[in-house]
Write a protein that binds this ligand. Structure first.
Ligand code: KMH
Ligand code: ZN
Length: 271
């Protein structure tokens, strides 16, 4: 089986330091945390940033500073978020793509997000896809429900997304697809041939979904963006702790963990 790519979603837009003191929020904190996660086995960092007050922002300068600090410390594939936070405008959200990161997320549909709405209009999805193409940034489709796979394929059929196709199933968001084995198999079933996939289980679903992905040949996303607990009632003390657990599970199941270089090959990021 292919080596497993572990993505560390280290910050996100929703969790605060009040929720967990272990959340990195400044560029320095994020860079230190990413280095630890990379050393633990993460090949990709899914990156959000925060302003000085710790609020989510898509500010290009803060992304630039954070990416620079990460790159000074460690080699890891940088995947910027274009999702940002609920309520941000498309213009705000797309900013980090202009920094030419290797990857960026691309959510291909609107989804209820708890009591809020994560809005992704068809026209905005197309315009995001065009920007990614323009800057040579590889998309990771963020799939919050099964219809979003078909929306992604429309972009491919329209020529707006080219090259290797990689999907991340975000499962267990209240309003999105529930995090169950049956739903995971259903999502995998609808992928185009040759595509790769990872799964990000939200909250208490993070560990079981990661465990399911490993024998199924999928890749895994973990991190404080999606889940702040190591186990019930016990906060994870760092993103690296969550990554290290997946590495141990992968080893037990006979799946080797991909380095960033190997992940680039799997994802077609290198020629
Ligand atoms: N914060 C969520 C509303 C992404 O990064 O692309 C969107 C999100 C997805 O986190
Ligand atoms: Zn995100």
């Amino acid at each position: 089986m292919e080596k497993v790519i572990i993505t560390a979603a280290v910050v996100g837009a929703e969790i605060t330091k009040e929720d967990t003191p272990y959340l990195p929020t400044t560029p320095d904190e994020i860079a230190i945390d990413v280095e630890k996660a990379a050393k633990a086995g993460a090949a990709i960092v899914h990156l959000h940033v925060r302003d000085k007050e710790g609020r989510p922002t898509q500010d290009k300068k803060i992304f630039e500073e954070t990416i620079k600090k990460i790159r000074e410390r460690v080699d890891i594939i940088i995947q910027v978020s274009t999702g940002g936070a609920v309520g941000m405008t498309p213009e705000e959200r797309i900013q980090p793509v202009t920094l030419n990161p290797e990857m960026a997320t691309l959510t291909t549909g609107t989804v209820n997000f708890g009591d809020e709405v994560f809005l992704n209009k068809p026209e905005d999805i197309r315009s995001f896809a065009k920007e990614l193409k323009k800057y040579g940034v590889r998309a990771e489709f963020e799939i919050f429900d099964v219809g979003m796979i078909f929306n992604a394929m429309r972009l491919v059929n329209e020529g707006l997304v080219e090259g290797h196709l990689h999907f991340d199933f975000v499962m267990g968001v209240p309003g999105g697809i529930p995090a169950t084995a049956k739903h995971l198999l259903h999502l995998i079933d609808h992928l185009p041939k040759g595509a790769t996939w990872s799964v990000a289980g939200i909250g208490r679903h993070q560990l079981p979904m990661a465990m399911l992905a490993l024998p199924l040949g999928g890749h895994v996303r973990v991190g404080l963006e999606d889940n702040i607990y190591y186990k019930k009632g016990v906060l994870a003390k760092s993103n690296s702790e969550l990554v290290a657990r997946v590495v141990r599970l992968a080893e037990e199941l006979g799946r080797e963990v991909a380095t960033p270089k190997e992940a680039r090959k799997i994802l077609g990021l290198t020629s």
